[in-house]
Design a binder for this molecule. Structure first.
Ligand code: URA
Length: 278
């Protein structure tokens, strides 16, 4: 293999395993950094739904000097997110607030803010995990392969994208499509909560385990949570919203045998909407 072909093969391998973002000018040897100073594990996600608490600063964490500037501390970021979100009285204002917010590190590597898609007056609000590559390119949630499956799932209960509202637990793409960290989720959560307050849906549907856990404060896996009803409420809401988690469409693409369970969950949502229609 000549040098060029070898370099191309290495590049293709990196893309295949999800390393598809350049986030620093120079490569960082993270094995060397880990040996020099072990990094403390991230804090657990907020456990009370509707009220994410900032992760306490770790006293044992001695990070080696980072090559790029770090975002503000998580406490400051969550505080600023709470203030900005609380001051937003419409989805337009919430989007504008997110545009100005620099407290989430994901913003640095993302191409676009990915806020909502669909109908702001919808009765059903779907919340996914975080934008993928196509969503990042277009600035619209669920437009890639998962979104195409979500559209088909919606049509199975007579809904189109224009009948529902779709968003995510974080508003910028995690590099390489990794799961958002508890800190990233905690800094975006005040905006997610405000979104739910403003939309005031009849049904909230977390898509996938990470969204279910961060929105409902549950620790069980999505396989156990799906098909069940929970309540979501924040102190500013006049009533709780019924919430039922579903398998994430990306998981269903990889595990089509679970589509039967997803179909049952969709029927559950359809039934709830019929019961609560006024
Ligand atoms: N997966 C998600 O969780 N959200 C998107 O917007 C796209 C894929």
């Amino acid at each position: 293999m000549n040098l060029q072909a070898h370099a191309r093969a290495i590049l293709e391998w990196h893309q295949l395993v999800g390393v598809d973002e350049t986030i620093a000018g120079e490569p960082i040897d993270r094995f060397a950094l880990a040996e020099a100073a072990p990094i403390a594990r991230p804090q657990a996600p907020p456990s009370s739904p509707g009220r994410p608490s900032p992760a306490p600063a770790s006293s044992t964490q001695h990070l080696p000097s980072a090559p790029q500037s770090l975002p503000p501390s998580n406490d400051e970021s969550v505080k600023s997110a709470v203030e900005l979100a609380a001051a937003s009285n419409s989805l337009e204002e919430l989007r504008a607030a997110l545009e100005t917010f620099d407290g989430c590190g994901l913003k640095k590597t993302a191409t676009n803010l990915v806020f909502v898609d669909g109908n702001p007056d919808a009765r059903v609000l779907f919340i996914g995990e975080g934008p993928g590559a196509e969503e990042d390119r277009q600035g619209v949630p669920f437009v890639g392969p998962s979104g195409q499956l979500l559209d088909k799932m919606l049509s199975s209960i007579g809904l189109r994208r224009g009948d529902v509202l779709i968003s995510n637990t974080v508003f910028w793409r995690p590099p390489g499509n990794r799961t958002p960290t508890p800190q990233e989720t905690a800094t975006c959560m005040p905006f997610v909560e405000r979104l739910i307050e403003l939309v005031d849906p009849d049904v909230l549907v977390p898509l996938g385990g990470p969204a279910a856990k961060s929105l409902l404060g549950e620790t069980q896996g999505i396989g156990r949570l799906r098909g069940c009803w929970f309540s979501f409420e924040t102190p500013r809401m006049s009533h709780p919203v019924p919430a039922t988690p579903m398998f994430h469409p990306a998981y269903l693409l990889r595990t089509p045998i679970q589509k039967r369970a997803a179909w049952n969950d969709l029927r559950l949502i359809g039934k709830k909407l019929a019961e609560t229609s006024h």
